[in-house]
Ligand binder design. Structure first.
Ligand code: SAM
Ligand code: DTB
Ligand code: SF4
Length: 333
């Protein structure tokens, strides 16, 4: 069995067995898979911008932007197009190849605000960058409109496995998320879908998240693994910090089960040591969020990232389109 050929029948027991391997064995397997598909020293960089912050009606327990968080970020209306384009240009100059705009919406409303988002996407594409957006739930028509505007990726996370998910979010069902992902795929967009660890879930829940992602056919092209950034005022402000080696194991499990996806070392990176980040890259993470801010929380410093890349001999990857899984499968057979 060629480990570089995607499988979509992963079981929970199989993924648990991976995550329970001795650490060195797990990382060795992840590196073998990683090297069969990717240049192991190339890291893709995306920059994020929150174009509409705060005031979100959803009750995601981890989130700074929920109205259910009394200390949440102040609600700010949708940014103007020129301001977004200027931020995207700065991100491109700093080395990012993809620009991702986020809005704290349950779902975009149809009308002027959505039309402005479409214009932001067209203008980001004019800069020669890949465009990504995360705007909450979408219907088929909205997904189609985003695709027509030139969007490359839509980010919509499953966050956790279905069981633990219920303890974190009550205003949006797991199935709602799967429905949005179905519309995104049907519109021909690439999917960026992952989750958060460090919310008090067990290893079995983390394995359950990986199973959900790895059973998608095709796999999400981009798989962000976020480490919880504890936010004051949220229900998870005092969550017990997760052992970073357990985070590395989750990255390795994502790499092994989704060999052709870009696995993203996502939120929480600024609180990780350089050595922990190096282990994430060894475990198969090959993309990061780049720039001083995530959406509302701090990210690692750009100068520090450049120094880390130099110390590890890493290079930024070109922003080239990811070939579809079907084409890759054919090339192998
Ligand atoms: N409102 C949109 C939605 O939820 O679909 C998009 C923005 S939301 C902030 C995107 C993702 O960021 C979440 O699904 C979650 O995985 C991650 N995230 C949000 N807050 C986080 C935090 N405090 N720590 C780590 N990850 C977080
Ligand atoms: C994802 O999985 N992580 C990013 C991106 N997709 C949109 C967002 C992280 C948010 C971290 C908390 C904040 O900035 O408020
Ligand atoms: Fe709203 Fe997204 Fe935050 Fe949930 S994660 S509260 S949907 S902005």
């Amino acid at each position: 069995m060629n480990a570089a050929v995607p499988r979509h029948d992963w079981s929970l027991d199989e993924v648990m067995a991976l995550m329970e391997l001795p650490f060195n064995d797990l990382l060795f397997r992840a590196q073998q898979v990683h090297r069969a598909v990717f240049d192991p020293n190339e890291i893709q960089r995306s920059s994020l911008l929150s174009v509409k912050s705060g005031g979100c009606p959803e009750d995601c327990k981890y989130c700074a932007q929920s109205v259910h968080n009394e200390q949440g970020v102040p609600s700010r209306g949708l940014m103007g197009v020129e301001e977004v384009v200027a931020a995207a240009r700065r991100a491109r100059e700093a080395g990012a190849t993809r620009f991702c705009i986020g809005a704290a919406w349950r779902a975009p409303t149809k009308g002027r605000a959505f039309a402005r988002v479409l214009e932001m996407i067209r203008r980001i594409k004019d800069l020669g960058m890949e465009a990504c957006a995360t705007l909450g739930m979408l219907d088929a028509e909205q997904a189609e409109a985003l695709r027509a505007a030139g969007l490359d990726y839509y980010n919509h996370n499953l966050d956790s496995d279905p069981e633990f998910y219920r303890t974190i979010i009550s205003t949006r069902r797991y199935q709602d998320r799967l429905d949005t992902l179905k519309h995104v795929r049907a519109a021909g967009l690439r999917i960026c879908c992952g989750g958060i660890v460090g919310m008090g879930e067990s290893r079995r829940h983390r394995a359950g998240l990986i199973v959900q992602l790895a059973r998608m056919a095709p796999h999400p092209e981009s798989v962000p693994i976020n480490m919880l950034v504890p936010i004051a005022g949220t229900g998870l402000a005092d969550a017990e910090p997760l052992d970073v080696l357990e985070f590395v194991r989750t990255i390795a499990a994502a790499r092994i089960t989704m060999p052709r996806s870009r696995v993203r070392l996502s939120a929480g990176r600024h609180a990780m040591s350089d050595e922990a980040q190096a282990l994430c890259f060894l475990a198969g993470a090959n993309s990061i969020f780049y720039g001083e801010k995530l959406l509302t929380a701090d990210n690692a410093d750009v100068a520090h990232d450049e120094a880390l890349f130099a110390r590890l001999g890493l290079r930024g990857a070109e922003g080239k389109a990811i070939p579809s899984e079907r084409r890759l499968d054919c090339a192998l057979c």
